[in-house]
Each structure stands twice: as C-alpha cells, then as structure tokens.
Design a binder for this molecule. Sequence first.
Ligand code: NAP
Length: 521
Amino acid sequence: MRTLPSYVCGGWAEGKGDLETLVNPATEEPLARAGAGGLDRKAALEYARLRGGPALRALTLAERGALLQAMGDALLAHRNELLDLSVTSGGNTRSDAKFDVDGATFTLAAYAEIGKGLGDARFLVDGEGIALGRSPRFHGQHVAVPRHGVAVHINAFNFPAWGLLEKSAVALLAGMPVLTKPATASALLAHRMVEIVVEEAGLPAGALSLLVGGVGDLLEHLGPQDVVAFTGSSETGAKIRALGSVIRHSVRVNVEADSLNAAILGPDAAPGSETCDLFMKDVMRDVTQKAGQKCTAIRRVLVPAPLAAHIRDELVDRLRSVVVGNPAEDAVRMGPLATAHQLRDVRAGIGRLAADGRLALGSAEPLAGVGAPPGKGFFVGPCLIEVEGGAAAPTVHSLEVFGPAATLIPWSGVPAEATEVVARGQGGLVSSVYSDDPTFLSEVVLGLAPFHGRVFLGSGKIAEQSPGPGTVLPQLVHGGPGRAGGGEELGGPRGLGFYLQRVALEGSRPVIEKIVGIRSG
Ligand code: NAP
C-alpha cells in the first residue's frame, strides 16, 4: 500500500515511524498510509520563507493571479479523477464531491480574477493619501505589503479540496508562500491536488509545501513574519493560540471553528409559500449534504410554535426517504461519516441532544449502508431532534454534533425571542432567516448580526439562484465570533489583509507618491 509523501524543501519525502492507515469510509478498505515522522519541519518552513517568499513577492498581483488560474486549469483537467477520489476516500456522494472539488476551483478562479483586476502592483495601497500638516507636502498614506514569512494552513477533515485551496488562493495572491497541512484522515485528496499543481501549474519553488501527517513540532518553529490559518475544533484552535512560539512572536492566528448555525422560519412564511419551500429545501440539504459534516450546516431550526408539528412531519417524511449507503452506488443520496472516530462522536452527540427533548426521526445506532459490505462503513441515518423551547434545551446551544442531525425548536414569533435563542450558541459562522416581512427581517437580522460572520436572508425571490446558507462564497467573508473561532477568511480582496502588513508611510508627498505609484493631482 502506498505511503503518501509530503512535499517539502522542493521535493517529495515519505514520513517514517508510525503511519496512519486511510480507509474508504463506506467499505473500510485500506487506501493509503500517511505520516510525517522524521521530516524536518523547521527546514520546510525555512525553505518556503527563503525560496517561495521572494519569488512570489517579485511577481505582480496580476502575475500571482495568473498562477492561481494555472492551478485551477491543471485541477480542472483532472476533475473526474479528483471527484472519484473524493467519493472513495471521503465517503462523499458525487454531488458532495463536486461541492468540495468544484468549490475549490471556483474559489481559485475568483481570486485569479481579483489578481487580474489589481494589475501591476506588488502590494496594495490602502485608502486615500492624507494631508497631515499645514501644507499638502506633509503627507500620510497606508499601504499593505506581503509579510516575509510562511502562511501555515492547518485544515479540517471535511473539505480536503476546498480547505486547501480557499486558503492557498488568498495567501499566494497576497504574496506569501504556503505550507499546508490537511487533516490526516482525508489527506489523500489534498495530496493528489498538490501533486497535480506541483507537476502542472508552474509555481515557483517553495511557493507551496505540503505536510501529510501529524503537525509535530512545526508550530514551535514559527517566526514573527509567519501566520497560521487553522480550521478545525475549538479545542485545537485554543491550543494553537496558547503556543509559546505564537505568543512570543505575536504570530497572527486565524481560527475557523465550531458553529451552531440556526435557521429561523418567519411567522409570515406559511407552509406552501415559496419562502417556506426554500427553508425546507435548505434544512434538508444541510442535514444530508456531506452527511452533515459541514461547518456551515444548519443545526438549530427555529419554527413558529403553531407551525412546529407541520414542519416536523414534513421534514421527517423527506428525511426518511433519503437513501444512506456507499456513495459509489447511484441510488445513494447520503454517504457515511468520514472516520470511525467521527461515527463514535456523532453517535454520542445524538444521544446527548436527544436528552434535551426527543428524537422525531433517526437514532444514534449505526446503520447498514446500502451497497456497503455487511458490518462495514461509518453510517448513521439522518436525525431530527425535537425540543419544547429554546430555554429548555441547554445541550442544543452548546454541543456541535458534526453529522446529519438538526434540532427543531418552536418559538413564539416574537423577533427578540428568536435572536436571544440563537445568541445562546455564543457566536456562529452563519444563521439564516426566511421571511418576506421587512419589519420582522430588519429586527431579526440586526439582532443576529453581532453574533455571526454572515446572515442569510432566505426568500422565494432568490430561491432559483441561491445555493443556501451552507455554501461559502469567495466574495463574502467566512468566519464568526466566539465559538466560531473569531476568525475571518475570504470576502474578496478583504481576505488578503491577513497575509499583508499594513504600514503607514509618513513624509513628503512627492516621495511617498513615487514609492506607492500614485501621481499628484
Ligand atoms: P481537529 O481535530 O481540531 O483537527 C483539525 C486539524 O488540526 C487537523 O489537520 C489536525 O491534524 C490538526 N491538529 C490536531 N491537533 C493539533 C495540534 N495540537 N496542533 C495543531 N494542529 C492540530 O478538527 P476536525 O475534527 O478535523 O474538524 C472538525 C471540526 O472542524 C468541527 O468542529 C467543525 O465545526 C470544524 N470546522 C470548521 C470550519 C470553519 O470553516 N469554521 C470548517 C470545517 C470544519 P490531524 O488530522 O493530523 O490530527
């Protein structure tokens, strides 16, 4: 069986010592081994800093954008192979695989376009020049220049393709070399994508490195110009923030963590309306897509109390018909969880959520997956938990069950009650509200806003175009306060800021304007 090598110091290198066996989550068939024991992580960082950094900084933003385009083109040429690998190695249905793989190339293309638009500059001019004295000669101007370190990216298991490239696209465009570490369990797809990019996209040496396996002592060697962008659990995020190297060198850290995303159905969105239909469709998609292993998935479903029984019955009917099994089978609509560890966590979590109320559908018991070998695969069916009210459900607001489970919470129809219940989640990535009543919407949206990175306004009017709240778009920021990690990624050109040092230039106007490339007048 193949051991996946890492790509460090300009070459491929296999780890030694303990190796983890990666399996097909639907059949448990071993696929590859992974581990990074014995690799010199300090040297890997140094190589990226000294080779990749200068090479990227020498390019204009348009040239860096063209590199992203070349990466996207190379990956698109292997799209079918990558989708197949996502199905076998990640337990994804073909549609889930497209969500991850196509989401990755879409994000690359979006940042390639941003680079093209930024043109021949090598850094960004931030805002207008400022007259600082009595005469216009004494002048100030902010600029944002690439940091001279490495962008270390540590990713979660659920989006090996998108996670790799949404972060890399932004860092490379900003002019920072990337050392990316996928979650070990789902490293096969990320490894293959880096292999394709290295072979076919013509990146400068040191621009992109890959560590397959445990993080080891990597973060101990961080320096003051490095940054870390992490996606994963809050526990790991907190450990990274507390590292001596991070504190000592004021290393910038961005954390994307857990989230108890909510969807609120407005009292005006009666069953049968287009807005209520969209709400049902989005909840269904989020429970089942990637078997609920999506950081943006709707976990808490708030429904006006008089409609709760109707919505519950409708959701139960729809979820019951979902075929769960080996995603290699055409009829299967929901695959397994990604790992045995995930299955254990999700089963325990469903049990804890159900203790807040009752299971309207599903159970914590493992399931025989359609088309899977008997007794094999990490399957659990869709679950809907029903509680009496927000206040009576403490676990629902504190435990993220990273699987196909959502909780139905009846509420009074008073906007302030809905926002108070949602805020108990202590900060989230995205919550959504489905209504066409502008007065209700403005109260709820402004109530939700301080607790979220994104608020989705669901309406029949956007139903045909909207991918739903669970899809992260490169044009909009992704992240959220509190439990969600306090981070922010993407958001078009805003995302570059994390990789750039903003600096104020203060001096004589003609000199500053010459340096930044702006002409007087
Ligand atoms: P995790 O256990 O925290 O692992 C995430 C990554 O951190 C993996 O690459 C892991 O490597 C690495 N890691 C583990 N211990 C580390 C340490 N001490 N120092 C540095 N890195 C370390 O999380 P997960 O189970 O993979 O991911 C699930 C969680 O991610 C969920 O809670 C979900 O909500 C969250 N998530 C958030 C977003 C978002 O955008 N906000 C997106 C996706 C997922 P190994 O795999 O080698 O252990």
